[in-house]
Design a protein around this ligand. Structure first.
Ligand code: SAH
Ligand code: SF4
Ligand code: F3S
Length: 570
């Protein structure tokens, strides 16, 4: 038998899912008897259990599986999109935005087109999030609408509805019990399989599913195709998955184990983005600073880990390979003229090596996300965050000693299992003590499968969660307003991103701390001492004097166009 066994297994698992789906999805009746006979005949004459015993795992490496080896009962031509138009709807975090660019690269390669008009679409792809109940509720509501749209479509123009991302991974075929309009369900590690999943689903008019998580898939061999080519900013995914298993969080179950993409493939993508005119790159990962390229050994192989003092992990220290600090300075040196950011980091991985790189490279933004989640030791222990309030505060001091004007942001959850009023008060005092420029504040939402779901009770009443959320917002706004006021009178380097939503007479951009800055549209000198001027535009770095502030936005007077190196050598 010439079939690639790992792929055959996926084909069969999809087939067995078909069987399960067949019993729940009414549309299976649409398959003609001849089609069913051929299909069943091939299933019964196909490989048996013996074929899978003692077989080594074959990593999935091809960007696009070879059609001739995969589904012998489907004509390879039907893998191709044949110009079908895809409409993307992206929910959740930046990882989903970047994954959508990987998906689009895979589909474009297979003959699909893209449309920005949902009515025109042949395939609608929802890229979903599962972090809180509310995120999933949005998708259920959307599916109701799409179901209605699908049923109105004439038979000659069928609509395929595809669910990708974390909700697809979390619910798997259970999705179809509630909403049968979904044709393809694909988890975050199976996007290269989408042309096949779409083709099989089209051919048999049945739902197809691939939610296998991978230990090695990083999509390093797929060059993402950007969805918003106008934007001067771009994301580059450097690692996937999370090994931390915070007790409240679904991400380790939807995104799988941590794995990092090789340094060279990251640098190549960043260089390609620079060549396309991108001016700011955000390195992405669920746990971005726990990055480690183990495909390369380096002289630090004996050094065990780079965990910050006072922090611990539930997993064995990662040994060898290229750590995040080295990747960051490699990227910073490769593209000195463009800004580098990274998200989302975990506080434990802010070694002093990383802080030195942030301090020493002018193009690495002096802004850090430092998700605290809670200010109380008992809650932090129940959340399994691996640090105390004191260790976190010491880290903040260390960071500010290396990078005095650093912009800090954080995530906080209120109303976690068992959180008392006194415990919550510690979160408020932490927000006041640290003073963050930006904060993402959430009421706890219990997720199935997490440790909290198994061990704890979601016992903080909804009304108390909402009241605590409002208190967090108030405490954050109060400190952020004072902090943002300190920018007034300063000259800040701003990367312009687009016209302001409120007025076409203004541009918006971001300063290094990632705070939004609004400036009036105007012509400016092309450098500090130049007599030549030009109208400012998206993608320009400009220097502006900050004149006004509130907790969210700064306003400024634009002075001149600049570059990162000119600004810092002033
Ligand atoms: N890897 C990132 C977090 C990704 S999820 C990190 O550790 O920072 C983004 C944020 O969602 C988390 O930081 C947390 O504040 C919030 N979150 C995660 N699970 C949640 C839940 N079950 N209920 C409410 N908020 C949650
Ligand atoms: Fe979730 Fe914790 Fe991992 Fe962040 S570090 S993704 S909060 S488990
Ligand atoms: Fe949501 Fe998945 Fe991101 S759960 S926050 S889309 S990693």
């Amino acid at each position: 038998m010439k079939l690639c066994l790992s792929r055959t297994w996926r084909t069969l698992s999809a087939r067995s899912n078909h069987k399960r789906i067949l019993s729940t999805a009414a549309k299976s009746t649409k398959v003609s008897n001849t089609q069913r006979e051929t299909f069943l005949e091939r299933v019964t004459t196909g490989p048996g259990l013996q074929d899978f015993i003692n077989v080594k795992h074959v990593p999935r490496v091809n960007a696009i599986p070879d059609p001739t080896t995969i589904v012998p009962y489907i004509n390879p031509d039907t893998y191709a999109g044949q110009g079908r138009r895809v409409f993307f709807e992206v929910y959740g975090c930046q990882m989903n935005t970047n994954d959508t660019e990987v998906v689009w690269a895979v589909l474009q390669e297979n003959g699909y087109n893209r449309t920005s008009d949902v009515q025109e679409a042949d395939v609608i792809m929802l890229v979903t999030c599962a972090i809180r109940e509310g995120a999933e509720q949005k998708i259920w509501n959307r599916l109701k609408h799409l179901n209605a749209m699908k049923s109105k479509r004439p038979a000659r123009r069928p609509l395929q509805i595809t669910l990708l991302g974390c909700m697809a991974e979390r619910l798997k075929e259970r999705l179809l019990e509630r909403e049968q309009c979904v044709d393809v369900i694909a988890g975050p590690d199976s996007y290269k399989d989408l042309p096949r999943l779409l083709a099989v689903s089209r051919h048999y008019e049945q739902a197809t599913i691939n939610v296998l998580l991978s230990l090695d898939e990083t999509y390093a061999d797929v060059m993402p195709v950007r969805l918003n080519v106008e934007s001067p900013t771009a994301f580059v995914s450097i690692m996937r998955g999370c090994d931390n298993l915070c007790t409240y969080c679904i991400v380790p179950f939807t995104r799988g184990r941590e794995r990092s993409r090789p340094v060279t493939s990251i640098v190549n993508e960043v260089l390609a983005l620079r060549d396309k005119g991108v001016k700011e790159v955000t390195l992405l990962g669920q746990n971005v600073n726990s990055y480690r390229d183990i495909t390369v050994s380096n002289s630090n192989d004996k050094v065990t880990s780079n965990i910050a003092p006072g922090f611990s992990t539930i997993y064995k220290p990662k040994i060898g390979g290229v750590p995040f600090a080295t990747l960051l300075c490699t990227v910073a040196e490769a593209v000195p003229e463009i800004r580098i950011r990274f998200t989302s980091p975990h506080p434990k991985d802010f070694s002093e090596d990383v802080l030195r790189v942030i301090r020493d490279y002018p193009n690495v933004c002096k802004s850090l996300h430092l998700p605290a989640q809670s200010g109380n030791d008992a809650v932090l222990a129940r959340m399994r965050r691996g640090y105390t309030r004191d260790a976190y505060l010491r880290l903040v001091d260390t960071i500010r000693s290396y990078v005095p004007n650093v912009g800090l942001s954080s995530d906080f959850i209120c109303g976690f299992c068992g959180e008392t009023e006194e415990e919550f008060d510690d979160t408020i005092t932490l927000i006041e003590e640290v003073r963050y420029n930006v904060a993402f504040l959430f009421a706890y939402s219990m997720r199935e499968r997490t440790t909290a779901h198994r061990k704890y009770v979601d016992d903080v009443p909804e009304a108390a969660k909402i009241e605590r959320l409002q208190r967090m917002v108030k405490a954050f706004r109060h400190t952020a307003t004072a902090l943002q006021k300190e920018y007034e009178g300063r000259d800040e380097l701003i990367l312009l991103e687009g016209k302001s939503k409120r007025s076409s007479e203004s541009w918006f951009g971001r300063n290094e701390a990632n705070i939004k800055v609004i400036v009036p549209a105007t012509a400016l000198p092309t450098s500090k001492n130049s007599a030549e001027t030009k109208e400012i535009a998206a993608g320009d770095f400009i220097v502006a004097k900050i004149t006004e502030s509130n907790s969210q936005v700064l306003k400024g007077t634009p002075l001149y166009i600049s570059t990162i190196s000119d600004f810092y050598n002033k």
